[in-house]
Design a protein around this ligand. Structure first.
Ligand SMILES: Nc1nc2c(ncn2[C@@H]2O[C@H](COP(=O)(O)OP(=O)(O)OP(=O)(O)O)[C@@H](O)[C@H]2O)c(=O)[nH]1
Ligand SMILES: [Mg+2]
Length: 464
């Protein structure tokens, strides 16, 4: 139904709640005629005669009874967001005028739009491809300026261009293989085995190159989940507060102060970092603390980065060893806190907690004196952004759907490489290459099922 472009769709496009203005949007071939029935212009002219991109002042009315005072914008196909006729009614931003205006649109023949259906039409009508459509949500949800820049680049076709250029290469290779399969007697030696292998490997490397950006892309889009763990009283909450530059979590000298997870997001050189402060992990009989410790362990499981906090002013204890065992093999930074006090633990002793980990970054800091906080931020950044990668300008893979499609494409390419090396029939190579082509096509929406579209657009809000 959502791929049927005959209906005229409508929705409230502004967020719920009170605002200066609220917008009801109509898109489709009856957008103007529906608007004409429910809107009376001050100049008394029918709005069906309005030029594209013009504003008109008047009233929304129900059979002559005024519902709201509004401004009406007319945008005529094909140069619009959906490539269809669009009318936007800018009403007063309250739930009643907006709901009444929406209901009037529905009563006069429009259908309520599903989530993202306006953008879906922009895709179905060929204005943007699927990766660009997905960028729209990334723009709306971007958490930092850098993430926004990255999403805008995707909307501009940054990722699509790269993917399409790899697809073009595969199409050329396939055409050559198919020509030699169709006319074997002509002995068209378009690609010698070695040249074919080189070309396919080249495409494979480009796909791998994109895949390498997926970790950074995901973090930029969704935020880096960083969890502060350690035994009680080492200063986890104090570090959270120092990073946030506000007294968000309760800090006391009583071990076992934090029970619930306290979290907030900070911007570290453009990366949104979600920091979770947790209950100190130890054996305890206190019922509330037990629940807190359980929550700490749970959040540990889903974190991208673990900040293991150790108190330099006490000796390493069995509790530290227990936690070290728990976080073995994780992406880790050790925060050696309370460096302002007399030190009873050395760096060498800390390193001994992780005998199989050669290079765990350890940073000395004093949360209460705000010392070492900037270097800690730098370390968090460097732990994830590979040297030399300019996240402000690079084409990044931010969506899991794209990453999976690229992985499938890469697998198919590797299969075709094996087929070429094994000197199998070129038909096998062609089959694998076609599969790679399809997987890449999924990213930009050339080979997409309705299911995939439903899943993509269900992430959108209604009205976008
Ligand atoms: N001297 C000094 N004291 C610190 C430092 N960081 C934290 N403290 C103190 O250590 C005590 C515990 O700090 P918290 O931040 O509550 O420690 P925590 O790890 O969150 O403790 P729990 O929530 O109980 O697990 C408080 O009295 C802090 O003032 C530091 O860098 N230097
Ligand atoms: Mg705490």
């Amino acid at each position: 139904m959502k791929n049927d472009l005959n209906d005229t769709i409508t929705a409230i496009s502004t967020p719920p709640g009170e605002g200066g203005i609220g917008i009801v949007r109509l898109s489709g071939k009856n957008a103007l005629s529906i608007a004409n029935k429910i809107f009376k212009a001050k100049n008394k002219k029918r709005i069906t005669g309005n030029n594209s991109f013009t504003l008109c002042y008047g009233h929304v009315h129900n059979n002559g009874t005024s519902i709201d005072e509004a401004l009406l914008t007319v945008m005529l196909a094909p140069k619009t967001y959906t490539r269809e006729d669009i009318v936007e009614l800018s009403c007063h931003g309250g739930s009643i005028p907006l709901r009444n205006t929406l209901e009037l649109c529905l009563e006069n023949g429009a259908r309520l739009a599903g989530p993202g259906e306006f953008t879906r039409r922009a895709f179905l009508n060929g204005r943007i491809d699927l990766a660009q459509a997905e960028a729209v949500v990334n723009i709306i949800r971007s958490k930092t300026d850098t993430a926004l820049k990255c999403a805008l680049r995707q909307l501009d076709g940054g990722l699509s261009k790269t993917v399409n250029s790899i697809r073009d290469k595969l199409i050329d290779i396939l055409a050559a293989i198919e020509a030699s399969l169709d006319y074997p007697e002509d002995d068209i030696e378009l690609f010698s085995g070695r040249k074919l292998l080189k070309k396919v490997m080249e495409a494979g490397r480009e796909i791998e190159g994109l895949l390498k950006t997926a970790e950074t892309g995901k973090i930029l889009k969704e935020g880096l989940v960083t969890v502060l763990v350690g035994k009680p009283n080492v200063g986890k909450s104090s570090i959270l507060n120092a990073l946030l530059q506000e007294e968000k979590a309760i800090v006391t000298s009583i071990p076992g102060t934090t029970r619930d997870i306290v979290e907030d997001t900070i911007n570290i050189y453009g990366i949104p970092v979600r920091i979770l402060d947790t209950a100190g992990i130890r054996h305890t009989k206190n019922e509330i603390e037990i629940i807190g410790v359980r929550k700490s362990r749970k959040s540990l499981k889903t974190a991208d980065l673990v900040l293991f906090v150790i108190d330099l002013s006490t000796r390493i204890s069995s509790e530290d060893r227990l936690i070290a065992k728990d976080i073995k093999g994780r992406k880790l930074i050790i925060a050696a806190n309370k460096s302002d006090l007399k030190q009873k633990t050395t760096e060498a002793e800390i390193k001994k907690l992780f005998p199989h980990h050669k290079r765990i970054p350890i940073i000395k800091l004093s949360a209460t004196r705000r010392k070492g906080i900037k270097p800690l931020e730098k370390l968090i950044y460097n732990r994830f952004i590979k040297g030399g990668m300019n996240i402000s300008d690079a084409v990044l893979v931010t969506d899991l759907r794209h990453k999976n499609a690229l992985k499938n494409a890469s697998d198919s390419i590797n299969k075709s490489i094996k087929a070429i090396r094994d000197k199998s029939s070129e038909e096998f190579t062609a089959l694998d290459l076609r599969q790679a082509l399809d997987s890449l096509g999924e990213i930009v929406g050339r080979t997409t099922t309705e299911d995939i579209l439903d899943r993509v657009f269900s992430r959108f809000c209604v009205g976008k």
